[in-house]
Design a protein around this ligand. Sequence first.
Ligand code: CUA
Length: 390
Amino acid sequence: MMQARTRRSVARVVGGITTVVLFLSGCGALRDDKGRPLNTLSPKGPQAQRIDDLVRPVFIIAGIVFVFIHVAVVYIAIRYRARDEDPDPVQTHGNPRLEWGWTILPAMVLAILAVFNVQSIWQLEQRDSDAMKVTVVGQQWWWEFRYDTDDDGKPDIITAQQMVVPAGRQIDLQIRSNDVIHSFWIPMLNGKRDAVPGRTQPWSLEADKPGIYQGQCTEFCGLSHGYMRMEVKALSPADFDKWVENQLKGPVEPAADSLEAEGKALVVNRCLSCHQINGLDDKGESTGSDRPVEHYRGADHPLTAANAPNLTHLMSRNHFAGNMFDLYEPGSALKGVEPVGVPKIDNLQRWLQDPHAMKPMAADQNRGMPTLGLSAEEIRKVTSYLVTLK
Ligand code: CUA
């Protein structure tokens, strides 16, 4: 009969193996609550591929060592278990040759792995000469993306939630934060890089093919950390040029005396002290340029006030509020240059009515969207204008 001690060791080993297997199968299928994959084991670009090429052989070697050791432990525990009639074992001091062996061998394995590791880190830091620069700014609780298409040092496209890039070209990222530490992670395209206040962290990514690649903030950053998602939309180079052309246009101007015009007046009045619509200030006056202004007002200003997503081309994105909520009804074609479909107006209306019911925020501390107390009629006007902002 197996002794209690042996049974316990066997149970521990089996438990350990089960945990590892469950953990790994979970990683492979990690999805957000909309079934969108956040799969780090499915690389879709050269940086992610580089990491995968390192992880797989290391994992296989570590797996073989893991299985060998556990099989040996189980075998020895059963085969040489203590029996009641056994005499006390011979007491020895140890075996210096063996001890040196099992110290040096793992050290050598780790040293060899370190060579490939450092080599990969080095390669991930390299930038192509034609890489496109995008500044990424983490904020509680959404991501902003700034493009400087004419290289004059000022952003001429500012967008949020969705970073649009040309497929097959390296994107040179400058990652920043306006408040606390966040972490930028698009698992199918590269590993993670923290967004740290006061620093600019270099990172890169590249998508081999057009498509949408989901991401998630991976550093706990307060109430809505879990609601801080983003996505990369990779387009063909020709489609990307069309996207840039559209983003450089000013906002759509509603017809005079229309419902949309009344909505615009309300947006100017109630929204533009935090949000931005290119070319307009919060008095409704023209800023004299269709380009966005950098609206972050410095560290002495309340953290996220005056610092909400740029709405100039809101409806060119697929989701809003930390990429959590759909801007279009399901079934809309979302992978082209412009999403085509029926705007999901009820999401925007619910958001305007009670944003805190949809996403935990601390608007009283200038973090997140405040409840504006708009009437149903005002909300109808505001959304009728917002959905024209393609
Ligand atoms: Cu931002 Cu977690």
